[in-house]
Design a protein around this ligand. Structure first.
Ligand SMILES: Cc1cc2nc3c(=O)[nH]c(=O)nc-3n(C[C@H](O)[C@H](O)[C@H](O)COP(=O)(O)OP(=O)(O)OC[C@H]3O[C@@H](n4cnc5c(N)ncnc54)[C@H](O)[C@@H]3O)c2cc1C
Length: 1009
């Protein structure tokens, strides 16, 4: 080991010596780029603004817009460079037409530093130059994020064309090392599978492979014919298993099995990289397929960390840089030790990582012609030269494409170059010593105070607060339940098993539960599978008036004791329920797939939300549960506290069949109310499951009663009942307004003024600004409009597009919608399932007819199953704000697109409805974003993301106007709707004497009888 370290240091020193012979700063291009990068490395906020500006710039067509954005991004900066930047901005503003062009020219120059050519012809100039320097190439086609199958076809066609072009142009080229050419063809193309299939769903690798393989085969055949090499690049973790499986599938085919010119990437920053590499090698040996692995650390480190933390997933990447470095070295060894089946390509700019590979190859007796080093175009030029001088094979990764589609690539490279952790910055900018740069990363891991980073630590870190500090956001003291990550095969397996298990018990009967007793009655309602309406999911008892009366009486009787039960005990009940949901998680999701037609991830999201409601409200109850002193006043004590209201009637919809029912019921329970829970008829089996969970969790008899039945029969009766004190309703505007109205009438014998918590629908708008990032805007709009078939109250139904962008948005939007997979969500990869029932199905079809008569039908999906309540995703254009399809809630997969002249008009259209639930805005203009935040009328406004998918505690959810009474489910003031506040004041003075200390909290009067 010591010998290896000495050898690494020797080789590293040699590389540095050669590098120093041709000194070059990190920022090889002097001038604008160099200055900006230097500023970015010194100031984080400047870096963020600068990257954002660079990101939006190519989409700006007018010089005035460029200068406007420059102004908005930079004038407000409070840092050491502010005066300098402000002067620059002022100068730019005085002559916008010159400065706009100048800025574009400079940023194009920056991009040219990393993009090897605009098109196949252009890139040849670079490749020829490199060939003279004995540097090979792999070419990567840059493009917009692919959002439709039409775009994937274009990418595939570009790959074929490029292969032919490169082969023709390099026909006479020989191997730079005049050796080992059999393993290293001159023409080498890197492909990204996300550019070849737009509907990749990590839960459904089989479908992804079935779509990708036919797209790739012609490319591989052509490459084989031309003697070229194809490499599968690796992208985000969610695509990793699909990429690996696809590789193994294709190269096990007789046509390609003996072809050694295919490669794949392994990312050393992933914790399971070694397992993947060993699996690949075993596969290669078993099928006798020689292949190449490009070993890299990985380009999506920040993304993986952010995404996992947001979803509560364990983080798949190492958290400390030396861990990735050490793993790179461990994997280098695995690769070189298996040289007989796998060819190694080391993709790194880090001299330590490179020197390690060299030293190890020597130790293992592997000739330097048998592996290669790969480096990115525009980075670490001197290292490439040094390696060539040392006689190693070097290949440059050369992106080809226009500036606009190349922007995300450019920003990734800028990040890499300016990263605090990166080798390049340390060596070429911060001048860190060679000795430090060549240290053994394993030693650094051992020396680190935290040892190896814990994959769960980042998501936990933020919850270390005790909640007392004013700086902690209220939602932040709560840690959300994680989503299931269907990228793992284990999760897919468990979900499939749960679907089988639930399918086996379809058709079972479910009773009412009143006072802890199961009540079987003859009247039942069959809950049907909307994907196959001849399939009965369950037969659920349908309560009538006598059962409703009994439930109210039982709940009333139970109230006396439950309201006096300590809140801690009530909170624990919710926590036990959440734990049971966690245990039965897949089974509950599977039930939702059958009963309400939710695709897998949507169903899982619903269960996660239900768990979150339990855990969040338990926590909130502990926050508000104890009587709290109002003021420190000598001689007097005043304590503010809450009493429950009484009997709560919970009426829930079918679209979030467990979460919403659970959210309203738990809010009522934890605050000390007793509950009558009426699920929607269409999702009554889900309701029965929730009841089962609470029974297992130990809810006392009578405290929670399960009363499925027809709204028209028992709903109205219960709403009007004198002994019902609170109604928590989520559902349609029509029913909600009726409840609101009749709850206002005081009946004879009624004790309390009824409180109504009412959440209704929306006619939600998303605005796409003229400078929006369309890659994001299209994908998120499609998801917002058609996710769960548009049957979410938060769903997008009016897409308002600024005139300037209209044609481009429409073109991409329609082809993205055409690529959606519509079908029975029992299969894992469906993005659009069925409509809930026949009534809804007919109502939506009727709206589509209305749309056809009012506006222009621009798109209707063709590929829809013949059986079941499937409605094809439908898009109307030329829609005007006063049309019915733009005003009325459709609650289905129907999207209206409206054109707006400018942002004023767009906001006016967005606000011009009866509703105010959710809204979205896509823009990269800071001033416009601030306007949207301030002016759009909606309870939940989302900027640059989808307008659905609210997370408990993070996005308290609910609207106003005709969308609801202004309450926020999953928010910190939600529980206050379920209680009445009280204040008890006591004069504690006796003959002029009063105790000096008054406790902040007291427990004495928090219960009443
Ligand atoms: C030719 C080539 C092709 C590539 N192809 C791909 C590809 O297909 N897919 C892909 O994902 N990447 C790919 N990369 C890798 C990526 O783009 C980066 O260039 C590479 O990770 C930088 O590593 P380095 O060894 O050059 O630099 P170093 O500075 O030594 O390492 C930087 C890397 O360390 C990791 N890192 C940073 N901070 C931390 C931290 N706190 N904890 C743990 N790890 C951390 C990150 O991966 C980061 O990129 C490729 C790289 C090259 C050179």
């Amino acid at each position: 080991m010591r010998f290896l370290q000495t050898e690494i240091e020797r080789r590293g020193a040699r590389i540095f010596e050669l590098v120093d012979r041709h000194p070059e700063p990190l920022l090889s291009k002097a001038g604008f780029y160099q200055r900006l990068m230097a500023l970015s490395m010194r100031d984080e906020r400047f870096k963020v603004q600068m990257f954002r500006f660079v990101d939006v710039l190519p989409s700006l067509r007018r010089s005035g817009d460029i200068v406007q954005h420059l102004d908005e991004y930079f004038t407000d900066m409070r840092n050491g460079f502010a005066p300098l930047v402000r002067t620059g901005v002022r100068a730019a503003k005085s002559v916008p037409w010159i400065s706009g062009q100048l800025l574009r020219w400079n940023v194009s120059g920056m991009a040219r530093q990393f993009i090897a050519g605009k098109n196949p012809d252009d890139v040849m100039k670079t490749l020829r130059k490199r060939h003279e320097q004995r540097i090979g190439f792999t070419v990567d086609l840059l493009g917009e994020a692919v959002v439709s199958e039409k775009e994937t076809d274009e990418y595939a066609a570009r790959c074929l064309e490029l292969l032919g072009h490169l082969a023709r142009e390099t026909d006479a080229w020989s191997d730079p090392l005049d050796d080992g050419a059999g393993l290293f063809p001159v023409v080498n193309l890197s492909v990204k599978i996300s550019s070849l299939y737009s509907q990749m769903n990590p839960a459904d690798p089989a479908a992804a492979i079935a779509h990708l393989a036919p797209k790739l085969r012609p490319i591989l055949q052509r490459a084989k014919e031309l003697g070229a090499f194809i490499n599968f690049d690796m992208e985000s973790f969610s695509h990793k298993n699909i990429t690996l499986d696809l590789f193994k599938t294709l190269f096990a085919e007789p046509e390609f099995r003996d072809w050694p010119h295919a490669g794949i990437v392994i990312q050393a920053y992933l914790r399971d990289a070694e397992k993947d590499l060993v699996d690949l090698i075993d596969w290669g040996r078993a099928s006798r397929t020689r292949f190449t692995v490009r070993l890299v650390k990985g380009a999506y480190w920040d993304y993986e960390k952010i995404k996992s933390t947001q979803n509560g997933w364990s983080i798949p990447v190492y958290l400390q840089k030396p861990e990735s470095d050490a793993n790179f070295e461990a994997l280098s060894r695995v690769l070189l030790e298996n040289e007989s089946i796998v060819t190694a390509a080391f993709g790194s700019h880090n001299v330590r990582s490179i020197a390690h590979a060299q030293a190890l190859a020597d130790e293992l007796g592997i000739d330097r012609t048998r592996f290669e080093f790969q480096l990115l175009y525009g980075m670490a030029g001197p290292v490439k030269r040094a390696l060539v001088e040392m006689g190693y094979r070097v290949r440059e990764y050369c992106p080809v494409g226009e500036l606009l589609p190349g922007m995300s690539y450019l920003v990734r490279r800028l990040l890499e170059n300016t990263s605090n952790e990166g080798f390049l910055r340390a060596k070429f900018s911060d001048n860190v010593s060679e000795k430090i740069l060549l240290r053994d990363p394993n030693e650094l891991v051992r020396e680190s105070p935290n040892g190896a980073g814990n994959p769960d630590s980042v998501s936990k870190d933020r919850h270390l607060f005790d909640g007392a500090s004013l700086d902690v956001p209220p939602g932040d003291v709560y840690e959300n339940a994680p989503l299931v990550n269907f990228a793992y095969q284990q999760s897919q397996k468990e979900m499939r098993a749960a679907l089988r298990q639930v399918r086996a018990r379809l058709g079972k009967k479910y009773p009412l539960v009143i006072g802890g007793e199961k009540v079987w009655i003859d009247r039942t309602t069959a809950s049907l599978n909307p994907s196959a309406p001849d399939e009965i999911v369950g037969d659920v008892a349908a309560a009538g008036i006598p059962e409703a009366e009994r439930a109210v009486k039982t709940a009333r009787d139970a109230f006396a004791k439950w309201s006096r039960t300590p809140f801690e005990e009530r909170a624990r009940l919710l926590e036990r329920a959440a734990a049971i949901m966690e245990r039965r998680r897949y089974e509950l999701s599977a039930l939702e797939v059958f009963e309400v037609g939710k695709p897998w991830a949507e169903a899982d999201g619903d269960i996660r939300e239900a768990m979150d409601f339990c855990l969040f409200y338990a926590q909130q109850m502990r926050r508000i549960g104890r009587p709290r002193l109002t003021q420190h006043v000598p001689g007097e004590e005043s304590y503010y506290h809450y009493w429950p209201r009484g009997v709560a009637l919970v009426i829930a919809p079918w679209n979030f069949p467990i979460a919403i029912l659970c959210g309203m019921a738990t809010a009522a329970l934890v605050t000390g109310n007793t509950v009558i829970m009426k699920p929607a008829e269409q999702s009554a089996v889900c309701g029965a499951m929730l009841m089962e969970i609470f029974e297992e969790a130990g809810v006392p008899s009578g405290v929670l009663n399960f009363l499925p039945g027809h709204g028209s029969v028992i709903g109205a009766h219960l709403v009007d009942h004198k002994d019902v004190d609170l109604i928590a309703f989520t559902g349609s505007r029509e029913v909600g307004l009726k409840i609101w109205e009749s709850a206002g009438i005081t009946r004879p014998g009624q004790r309390e003024l009824k409180r109504v918590v009412c959440e209704m629908g929306g006619k939600n708008a998303v605005i796409i600004d003229s400078d929006a990032d369309l890659d994001e805007a299209i994908v998120d709009s499609i998801y917002s409009a058609f996710g769960y078939q548009g049957q979410k109250c938060s769903a997008l139904s009016r897409l308002i597009v600024l005139e300037e962008n209209y044609d481009r948005v429409l073109e991409r939007l329609l082809s993205a919608a055409a690529s959606l997979r519509v079908g029975d969500p029992e299969g894992p990869g469906m993005s659009v399932g069925p409509i809930i029932d026949k009534t809804a199905y007919e109502r939506i079809l009727n709206y589509i007819e209305i749309g056809k008569s009012e506006a222009t039908l621009a798109f209707q999906h063709q590929d829809v199953p013949p059986k079941g309540y499937f409605i094809p995703p439908t898009i109307f254009v030329d829609v005007k704000p006063n049309m019915r399809i733009a005003r009325e809630e459709i609650f289905g997969p129907v999207l209206s697109v409206l054109k707006a002249r400018d942002l004023d008009e767009a906001i006016k259209i967005a606000n011009g409805t009866d509703y105010a639930l959710t809204a979205g805005f896509f823009s990269r203009g800071p001033a416009n974003i601030e306007r949207a935040k301030a002016e759009i009328e909606a309870g939940n406004v989302y900027i640059n993301r989808s307008c659905t998918g609210a997370v408990v505690g993070r996005h308290p959810f609910g609207g106003f106007k005709m969308s609801g009474g202004g309450t926020k489910a999953g928010g910190e003031d939600y529980l206050l709707q379920f209680v009445v506040p009280r204040v008890v004041t006591e004069n504690i003075t006796r003959h002029g004497f009063a105790p000096e200390e008054t406790p902040l909290y007291r427990d004495e009067f928090r219960v009443h009888s």
